[in-house]
Design a binder for this molecule. Structure first.
Ligand code: GLN
Length: 546
C-alpha cells in the first residue's frame, strides 16, 4: 500500500482572541472531511499547565474529557462534534506537556549527550507529536489550532514549529490566519482592515506568511476590503475568506464554502479537486434555522457572577447536547441559567422551575449553591418535572432521595461534609490517597468506562443495548452501603459497572415520574449534532410531553 503523506494545516489567531478560532478549525476540518478526506484536528494550548484538568472552568471554560481520560480544552469538544470522531491524547498538547516530555527524554538520555535547547528541541517535539497524531488517525489532513494570538510571547515556539515544518514540507503545509476585522462608524458599518495588516506583519517577523486569511467580522467583507488586505498582506484576493457572524456555529462550514475555502485549501496543498457532500449537515442547519416551536430547559447551578459568556463556556458541551436533542425533535432550544443560591435565600422561588419543560443539574464541585440544587431536585421530583442530573446532579439527586424519602435528614456527600452521619455519596476508595496527598493533577476517575444496563428501564430503552461506554470525571460515588435501602424505596440503579460496584445511572420508574434520571458519567461529552445522545434525546422527549 502507498505510504500516506499527510497534509498539515495550521490555524493561528490575529488581532484578538475569542473570535471563534476553535469553531473555524472544526469547520475547516468538516468541509475537508466532507470531501472524503480523513481529517483530524489538534489543539495546542500555550500555557504551562500540563493539561486543562487543573484549571477552573470559570477561568478557561469547560474541561473536556476524551475516552482515554485526557482532560483538555473545550475546543476539542467542537472538533469531536463536527468531525464525529473520538480523539485521543495525541490530539492535544500544552506548553507544559511538551516541556515535560522533552525534560523526561533528556533525563532518559534520549538526546544522546547533546545539549538540549529550547530551539530546535521544543518545536521538534511539537512536530513529532503532530506527526504521531496524523499516523494514529490515519489522517490525510491534520489541522492544528495554535491557541492565543500572534505577537504573544507564549505561542512563539509553536509558530517556530510551523516554520520548521514548512521548510521540511513546503507543499504539504499551509498556515491560515484567523483575523478579526472590527467595525466602526455609525451603525458599525465601516470595516477596518488595518489590525489584520499588522497581524500579518507580526507573523512575517516570525518568518511566516499566511496562505489564507479568514476575516472574522460582524458582516461579510466586501471586495474593496478584500482587495486592501490582499495588497497589503501579500495574498491573492481569493485567499481572503469572509467569515461573518452566523446565528449557529453549525452554519460555519457551509458559510466557508460560499467563499470556496475547501477548494482553495485543496489547491494550495496540491490535492486534486473533490466535491463535498454536506447534505446531512445542511439538513441540520435548516432545522436550526426554521424550528419555531421551543423547548425550554433550565440549568440549575451555582452562579459564577461574571455574565453569560462565562457560563456558556463552562458548560458548552451540556448546551450543545441539549441543542442536538432539541433539533432531533425539531424544536428550538431555549436554555436558561437558574442560580441555585436564590433557592437557599428565598425557598419559595423554587416554584419558578415549573416554567420549564425540563431541568438539568450539571456537573460541579464544592459546596456553593448545593442546598439550592437539592431543593430544585426535590421540587422536580415531587412536581414531576423532567429532571436530568449530570454527575454532581446525579449525586445530589441521591442525597435528596435519601433525605426526603429514606428520612436520613443528614445524608450528604463527604466532598462537603466529611463527617456526615449518612455519607450516601462517598469518596471512591482509590481516590482517598490522592486527596490526602493533594495529588490532584489527572487523578480523578477519568475517561471511558463500561456500564451494564438493567432491562426494562428508561436507560436501557434509550440506548437500545445492554452495554454502554461513557466518559467520567469524578472522585465520589454512590456509597455501596446505602444501595439496598435506596432500591427498597424505589430508586433504580439502571446502569452499573460490570462488577456491580459502581452505580452509573440512577432513575425512578416511569410510572412514578415521567423522567427522573441521573448519570455518574458525563453523557454531554459524547453527544454529536447528527447523533444526539440517547439520554438527552429521551430527556427532551419527556420534557416536550409536559
Ligand atoms: N464533585 C463530584 C465528584 O468529584 C462530581 C464531579 C462532577 O460533577 N464532574 O465526584
Amino acid at each position: 500500500m502507498a505510504k500516506r503523506t499527510p497534509k498539515y494545516i495550521f490555524l493561528v489567531g490575529g488581532v484578538m482572541s475569542g473570535v471563534g478560532k476553535g469553531v473555524a478549525t472544526a469547520s475547516i476540518a468538516k468541509i475537508l472531511q466532507s470531501r472524503g478526506l480523513e481529517t483530524t484536528a489538534i489543539k495546542i494550548d500555550p500555557y504551562v499547565n500540563v493539561d486543562a484538568g487543573t484549571m477552573s472552568p470559570t477561568e478557561h471554560g469547560e474541561v473536556f474529557v476524551l475516552d482515554d481520560g485526557t482532560e483538555c480544552d473545550q475546543d476539542m469538544g467542537n472538533y469531536e462534534r463536527f468531525l464525529d470522531r473520538d480523539l485521543t491524547k495525541t490530539n492535544y498538547m500544552t506548553t507544559g506537556s511538551v516541556y515535560l516530555s522533552v525534560i523526561q527524554k533528556e533525563r532518559n538520555l534520549e538526546y544522546e549527550g547533546k545539549q538540549v535547547e529550547v530551539v530546535p528541541h521544543i518545536p521538534l517535539e511539537v512536530i513529532t507529536r503532530i506527526e504521531r497524531a496524523a499516523a494514529k488517525a490515519k489522517a490525510d489532513i491534520v489541522i492544528t489550532e495554535i491557541g492565543g494570538t500572534v505577537g504573544e510571547y507564549q505561542n512563539i515556539l509553536f509558530l517556530e514549529a510551523v516554520r520548521m515544518l514548512k521548510i521540511r514540507k513546503p507543499t504539504d503545509t499551509i498556515l491560515i490566519l484567523v483575523s478579526f476585522v472590527p467595525a466602526l462608524g455609525a451603525g458599525g458599518t465601516e470595516l477596518k482592515t488595518k489590525p489584520t495588516q499588522y497581524a500579518v506583519r507580526t507573523l512575517n517577523s516570525a518568518g511566516l506568511q499566511p496562505d489564507i486569511v479568514l476575516a472574522r467580522a460582524g458582516a461579510s467583507l466586501d471586495q474593496r476590503r478584500k482587495a486592501r488586505i490582499s495588497l497589503n498582506c501579500n495574498l491573492q484576493i481569493r485567499d481572503i475568506i469572509s467569515a461573518p457572524n452566523v446565528e449557529s456555529i453549525y452554519e460555519v462550514p457551509t458559510n466557508f464554502e460560499k467563499d470556496k475555502l475547501g477548494d482553495r485549501i485543496l489547491e494550495k496543498l496540491s490535492l486534486k479537486h473533490r466535491d463535498h457532500d454536506l447534505r446531512d449537515w445542511k439538513r441540520l442547519v435548516s432545522i436550526v434555522r426554521t424550528a419555531k416551536k421551543t423547548v425550554k430547559i433550565g440549568i440549575v447551578g451555582k452562579y459564577f457572577g461574571s455574565g453569560d459568556f462565562i457560563l456558556t463556556d463552562s458548560y458548552i458541551s451540556v448546551l450543545e447536547a441539549i441543542k442536538h436533542a432539541a433539533y432531533h425533535w425539531r424544536r428550538k432550544p431555549v436554555i436558561e441559567w437558574v442560580a441555585s443560591e436564590e433557592f437557599e435565600k428565598y425557598p419559595r422561588s423554587v416554584q419558578k422551575l415549573s416554567e420549564y419543560h425540563g431541568i438539568i443539574v450539571p456537573g460541579g464541585f464544592g459546596s456553593r449553591g448545593v442546598e439550592g440544587k437539592i431543593a430544585a431536585i426535590r421540587y422536580c421530583r415531587e412536581r414531576k418535572i423532567p429532571y436530568f442530573g449530570l454527575c454532581y446532579g446525579m449525586q445530589l439527586a441521591v442525597i435528596e432521595y435519601a433525605r426526603t424519602v429514606l428520612g436520613l435528614r443528614k445524608a450528604h456527600t463527604t466532598e462537603i461534609a466529611s463527617k456526615a452521619p449518612d455519607p450516601v455519596i462517598d469518596i471512591l476508595p482509590e481516590q482517598r490517597k490522592n486527596v490526602a496527598e493533594k495529588n490532584y493533577g489527572a487523578t480523578m476517575r477519568l475517561g471511558a468506562y463500561p456500564a451494564i444496563l438493567k432491562p426494562g428501564t428508561i436507560a436501557r430503552a434509550a440506548y437500545g443495548k445492554q452495554q454502554i461506554s461513557e466518559r467520567h470525571r469524578h472522585r465520589y460515588e454512590v456509597n455501596p452501603r446505602y444501595i439496598e435501602r435506596l432500591e427498597k424505596k424505589g430508586m433504580v440503579f439502571s446502569g452499573q459497572s460490570p462488577d456491580r460496584r459502581l452505580m452509573e445511572i440512577m432513575e425512578l420508574p416511569r410510572d412514578k415520574h415521567p423522567f427522573f434520571l441521573g448519570t455518574q458519567f458525563h453523557p454531554e461529552l459524547k453527544s454529536r449534532p447528527l447523533r444526539p445522545h440517547p439520554l438527552f434525546r429521551e430527556f427532551i422527549r419527556a420534557s416536550l410531553r409536559r
